[in-house]
Design a protein around this ligand. Structure first.
Ligand code: BES
Ligand code: MN
Ligand code: MN
Length: 458
């Protein structure tokens, strides 16, 4: 590994420059106005994959944004790692809160600032560079297939179809993903689970047109008032979700499991300080780390309606809207939770308003094993590069395709992420540490080596 580390050290400036080039491409999947940029980013990813010696590299078109696929089969009798990542990014707004342009990357105090730096360009590109480093230093110890998609941030619907249609091509022994965070740079950890997601949009309609709020106010239901009441009623005084049946399938962790998770260091004062809040708030009976990983939640992500322009316009609006997400834990399913929400929300509508609930994309929760060869290889690899054994933790975010890899390909994933919660993913001033980026490139070849050795008797 000494040669590999030397190679990475002497090429690090170029590795960083290549990442910055990718970060300059605004590959925002949610907004159609970036469609050409997303396609351009797929081509750039393809070029980088070809450059490092991957074969059969292809930009696969879908009904949405393309998927970039490539592979290197060194020996069919050896195990195969399927690397998954995403080159699409979240929209950059609100733009005025960025200290530098979201697609104009700058490095400051050891951090790379740009949309997608941590989520997920900086993380998937570590794999491309790790493959380069292995290729230049004795070759890959096992087979690799690399699949980088362009629709993760919008639910991966087309990737789901692609996976079902390409079972043979994607045949592998394990999926390796760097798209999560660790506890801290001196406290490595590996997520062993992800939450699922139900996402709905609600529309509340009162009168068939906007009305004068003096002439009609107080006499007819105001849909924004009604929506606020309905949303407020979705949590009780213990901050538990009030939708009947919401907790029915929740996998309640044993005292021992909760104790093991509590081993991970967590500083609540630092957490509050970082977020500039004077208190934490969440479900009674659970700690902050538990509330943000092993417990299901319900949050309003956006809400609008009525007059929001300059000054005051006295108007009783006709419509009110909200986007609501529910994070799910094993063994909840997005289909069931979405239905429970819809039925409940329609039922609690006050007289005088109509409610429509429109489901968006969903995703299923997952837990990953901590005794598999792949997890042990990842743990060993991190222990070598960080000098500390990583702590198994549970992640709060969602990567919907992970459950599908299990269902459609029968593959478990290893979530070998190098980000930090403080990276501001999906927020203004997203950042990724130069240390984290290079540390990932140093760790991934170690994973391959240990995995190739351990998975031999598969
Ligand atoms: N990389 C994140 C998921 C993540 C972040 C997992 C941090 C664990 C820790 C991913 O890109 C993401 O943002 N997923 C979306 C899924 C959705 C758009 C379907 C999410 O979690 O909101
Ligand atoms: Mn991501
Ligand atoms: Mn994301």
């Amino acid at each position: 590994m000494a040669d590999l580390d030397t190679y990475i050290e002497s090429n690090k400036d170029r590795f960083i420059a290549e990442l910055l080039d990718l970060l300059r491409i605004p590959s925002v999947s949610a907004d159609p106005k970036y469609k050409a940029d997303v396609a351009r980013c797929a081509e750039a990813v393809k070029m980088r994959m070809v450059e490092v010696g991957l074969e059969k590299v292809e930009v696969c078109t879908t009904a949405g944004h393309p998927i970039v696929y490539g592979e290197k089969i060194v020996d069919p009798s050896k195990p195969t790692v399927l690397v998954y990542g995403h080159y699409d990014v979240q929209p950059p707004d609100p733009l005025d809160l960025w200290h530098s342009g979201p697609f104009d990357p700058v490095i400051k105090d050891g951090m790379i600032y740009a949309r997608g730096s941590a989520d997920d360009k900086g993380q998937f590109f570590m794999h491309v560079k790790a493959i380069e480093a292995m290729q230049k230093n004795g070759g890959l110890p096992c087979n690799v297939k690399v699949m980088i998609e362009g629709e993760e941030e919008v639910g991966s619907d087309n990737l789901g179809l692609f996976v079902r249609a390409n079972r043979e091509r994607l045949k592998a022994d394990v999926v390796l993903i760097s798209d999560t965070a660790m506890i801290a740079n001196d406290t490595p950890s590996i997520d062993t689970g992800l939450r699922g997601l139900s996402y709905v949009e609600v529309e509340v309609t009162g009168p068939d047109r906007d009305l004068h709020s003096g002439v009609y106010g107080g006499a007819v239901a105001n849909p924004i008032n009604a929506l606020c009441e309905m949303i407020a009623s979705l949590h009780d005084a213990d901050r538990r979700v009030t939708i009947p049946g919401f907790y029915d399938d929740v996998d309640e962790l044993s005292t021992a499991e909760r104790k093991a998770l509590a081993e991970a260091p967590f500083d609540e004062e630092a957490y509050k300080k970082d977020l500039a809040v004077n208190a934490v708030r969440g479900e009674k009976g659970y700690t902050t780390p538990e509330r943000s990983s092993i417990r299901p939640t319900l949050d309003v992500n956006g809400m609008w309606g009525g007059y929001i322009g300059e000054g005051a316009k006295t108007v009783l609006p006709s419509k009110a809207y909200a986007k609501i997400s529910m994070r799910l834990v094993p063994h909840q399913t997005s289909e069931k939770i979405t239905k429970l929400f819809k039925d409940h929300f329609e039922r609690i509508a006050p007289p005088g308003v109509k409610v429509e609930v429109r489901p968006h994309h969903g995703g299923e929760p997952v837990v990953t094993p901590i005794d598999s060869p792949a997890y042990l290889a990842a743990s060993k690899a991190m222990e070598e590069s960080f000098g500390r054994k990583p702590i198994p933790t549970r992640g709060g975010g969602s990567i919907p395709i992970v459950a599908l890899f299990e269902k459609e390909l029968g593959l478990k994933s290893v979530l070998l992420g190098f980000g930090l919660d403080s990276d501001n993913i999906h927020s203004p001033n997203e950042k990724y540490g130069v240390f984290n980026y290079l540390q990932g490139i140093r760790t991934i070849p170690r994973f391959f080596r240990h995995y190739a050795a351990m998975a031999n008797g598969r």
